[in-house]
Design a protein. Structure first.
Length: 166
């Protein structure tokens, strides 16, 4: 194992992914699957509207002063953009804009790639302790968000293929 490998952090993230997946499969998916498409997508996007939390990586004292400013900037602003796209998706779905579904696709692709990029950059940090209080974002919140993105992709893909079949 690399010298900077942090087993407790990795197990924490893995546990959050596993638990998020089980909860989504057991409780969230059956409820969301039964909802009309726009309502289900709006509900899932609402959870992502809280991604403004990522901006905390730019708050002095929230993270270690040794944390790369490049990492903090990319994570903070990437999450900010994802939150704005989630809010825009919610509005488009609520008001039944003709471009609502493409906006949701954009939000979901951006949001997923942003989270995966943040994990990639986080691995390069080597020391998750540099995230300070922000450690709970990748250890708990990001797994929840990624599972949410998967549910959105399933709804978008499933409903689109069902529409083509009719």
């Amino acid at each position: 194992m690399p010298p900077d490998f942090n087993l407790p952090f990795v197990l924490s993230v893995f546990g959050a992914f596993l638990t998020s997946s089980v909860v989504a499969y057991t409780y969230v998916w059956p409820a969301v699957r039964a909802m009309p498409r726009y309502e289900a997508l709006r509900l899932l996007a609402a959870f992502h509207a809280f991604r403004f939390l990522g901006m905390n990586f730019l708050v002095s004292g929230f993270v270690s002063s040794e944390l790369s400013s490049d990492f903090a900037t990319k994570v903070g602003w990437g999450d900010f953009i994802a939150a704005v796209l989630a809010l825009l998706s919610m509005a488009a779905l609520s008001w039944r804009w003709s471009i609502a579904v493409p906006i949701v696709w954009i939000f979901n692709i951006w949001g997923t790639l942003d989270l995966l990029n943040a994990y990639y950059m986080g691995v390069k940090l080597g020391n998750p302790g540099l995230m300070g209080a922000g450690i709970y974002i990748p250890a708990l919140y990001v797994p929840l968000l990624l599972v949410g993105h998967v549910l959105v992709f399933i709804i978008l893909s499933r409903d689109r293929s069902a529409e083509k079949a009719t």
